[in-house]
Write a protein that binds this ligand. Structure first.
Ligand code: AGP
Length: 569
């Protein structure tokens, strides 16, 4: 979701900007733009892909450059609305991630200005233009920020100023530290090729980078921030011989799961044991991992917790100082999840973060956190990060007793199951149902999410026992049912559910170590004790979605309308 790159230094500006934007593509976008400054401001924009933008950008000899991939929020997908946005005199160029809320009020204040777009971002350029009439750039930025309500990561170039200005509020922004060169980016992937050292900015930070160095301010005072080191390799931004990042990342699960299990969770375990109440908050795939954590805590440790969809948290929960909130987010930047934990923190709750991104907002907002160390996940659909989240859930519940080899073997054997013919079958169905019960229900939920994300077909997850309360009316020859059937106490009941849907004409596939003779297709997975058996289902649901998406001609790495990191509410 929107990506920013800014650069000041000795390298070719067009090249740094284009490469930076290419590496941000995975976040999702609909248009892109680049702006340079030398004797004047040059802006190039294009609706569509960065590769198309590249062809229309002149190689301007400049000191600094900014670039942006836009995911439309205020205003349609047009060249005018793409960033950089400029002021009336074309002296200021601004790229922005986030949403400004007091747009109407600001427009009134700027009624003498000429606007060229429908964006909230353009207002920022005009506000700064006003402030620059009275004062120097940094102060003008501070005065501009004081007028904004909403979220922003901002990078700004001003003609005649050999600095890139920046500001961050509720949207990620990092400074990449090179030798006599500096980068500003919403994601470290944009500069990992040039430097591994970076500074994650905090909410309320603003300042500048110049050829001489950088300065960060917060509430009018200069502040120092941690310098961190990137913990993954540049090769992770490449497909490494696979046709898609998603397939590469599915196959990487066996290795990265070991990194997640190596994380020390003892402080987290202690916080959970002493908590008055436990709320688990997350969105999408992370929610499913959270759901599993909830079930595992209850079943194997007798600890009760509530699992809440992050965007619903502020409407439904009243945490207090005895509450521990476990927030799960691979990016650590999901606005809904951050909003939930900020709310919980204000009410005195303590926060545990589970994330893949060191230096993400979630790590800074958490009292304790666990980093999955799954490496960069480029595919929009979460795969290896889900498995890593589930692995951390196992570690929290079973501590040092968790059996790493068993998890790895279980994943490996399922990765070898051929799912191609089942995917071929799926393309003929438009009604997909994923069934599970007990511990396999969150797996079914993840199956349905992955399938709908990638194939654009309607897919729903149900606990088998719920079918008779409504969904059975949908079962006919046009329905495809995928059942997850571990040999635990749910097995016999799932057999009944399978018979129920089969009797109504649905095509039924099952993944199970047991004998399920009533189904049309059985994916026989290796027998494993519960809850380890769950890992045998994960690659299957991912591969089914992936293969079906490829057969349908979709791009599994960039499903339509979706973005990797959802940094707006
Ligand atoms: C997963 O395939 C999705 N792309 C999406 O549901 C994702 O899990 C969700 O947006 C949460 O993201 P997070 O883990 O970065 O917070």
């Amino acid at each position: 979701m929107c990506g920013i790159i800014g650069y000041i230094g000795y390298r070719n500006k067009k090249e740094v900007a284009i490469k930076g934007l290419k590496s941000l593509e995975y976040r999702g976008y609909d248009s892109a733009g680049i702006g340079f400054i030398n004797d004047k401001v040059y802006v190039f924009k294009k609706v569509g892909r960065v590769d198309e933008l590249k062809d229309v950008v002149n190689n301007i000899n400049a000191t600094l450059v900014i670039g942006h991939t836009r995911w439309a929020t205020h205003g349609g997908v047009t060249e005018e609305n793409a960033h950089p946005q400029t002021d009336c005199s074309n002296n200021i160029m601004v790229v922005h991630n986030g949403t400004i809320e007091n747009v109407d009020e600001l427009r009134l204040r700027l009624k003498n200005h000429k606007f060229n777009s429908e964006t909230d971002t353009e207002l920022i350029a005009h506000l700064l233009e006003e402030e620059l009439k009275e004062t120097e750039p940094l102060k003008a930025l501070e005065l501009t920020l004081n007028q904004l309500k909403g979220s922003y990561a901002l990078v700004i170039g001003i003609k005649g100023v050999n600095k890139l200005l920046f500001a961050k509020q509720d949207s990620p922004l990092h400074i990449g530290l090179g030798k006599k060169e500096f980068f500003l980016a919403s994601d470290i992937a944009a500069f990992v090729e040039y430097t591994r050292k970076f500074v994650p900015l905090m909410d309320g930070d603003y300042g500048y980078v110049s050829l001489e160095g950088y300065k960060i301010f917060n509430k009018g005072k200069e502040v120092k921030r941690d310098v961190l080191e990137i913990n993954w390799e540049i090769k992770e931004v490449e497909k490494g011989g696979y046709p898609h990042f998603m397939l590469k990342e599915i196959n990487e699960q066996v290795d990265v799961v070991g990194n997640a299990l190596a994380v020390n969770t003892s402080n987290i375990e202690e916080m959970i044991s002493n908590a008055g109440s436990i709320h688990i908050v997350a969105a999408g795939t992370s929610y499913h991992a959270g759901y599993l954590l909830k079930l595992l805590l209850e079943k194997y440790k007798g600890i009760e917790s509530d699992i809440v969809i992050a965007s619903e948290y502020i409407f439904t929960k009243r945490p207090n100082k005895d509450t521990v909130v476990i927030a799960i987010s691979q990016s650590g930047e999901t606005a809904d999840t951050l909003q939930a934990i900020k709310f919980a923190k204000r009410r005195g709750a303590r926060i545990v973060g589970i994330t893949n991104v060191m230096g993400s907002s979630l790590t800074y907002l958490s009292d304790e956190y666990a980093i999955m160390n799954a490496g960069l996940e480029v595919g929009v659909a979460a795969t290896k990060t889900f498995t890593s989240q589930v692995a951390i859930a196992f570690k929290i519940v079973f501590g040092g007793r968790v059996n790493k080899e068993k998890i790895k073997q279980t994943l490996t054997s399922s990765l070898n199951i051929d799912i191609a013919s089942l995917a071929k079958k799926c393309i003929n169905y438009d009604k997909m149902f994923f069934l599970g019960r007990g511990l396999s229900y969150p797996i079914a939920m993840e199956g349905a999410l992955k399938f709908k994300e990638l194939t654009y077909k309607h897919a729903e997850a149900y606990p088998g026992g719920e079918l008779k309360h409504g969904p059975l009316s949908l079962m006919d020859e046009d329905a495809f049912v995928f059942a997850f059937m571990p040999e635990d106490e749910t097995f016999a009941k799932m057999i009944y559910s399978v018979e129920e849907v089969k009797a109504r004409g649905a095509f039924v596939a099952a993944a199970s170590p047991g004998n399920v003779d009533k189904v049309d297709a059985l994916l026989k997975v290796n027998k494993e004790e519960m809850p380890y058996q769950l890992f045998s289902f994960i690659p299957l649901l991912q591969l089914l979605a992936y293969r079906t998406s490829v057969l349908l001609g979709n791009d599994p790495d960039k499903p339509r309308n979706l973005a990797k990191s959802i940094t707006v509410e």
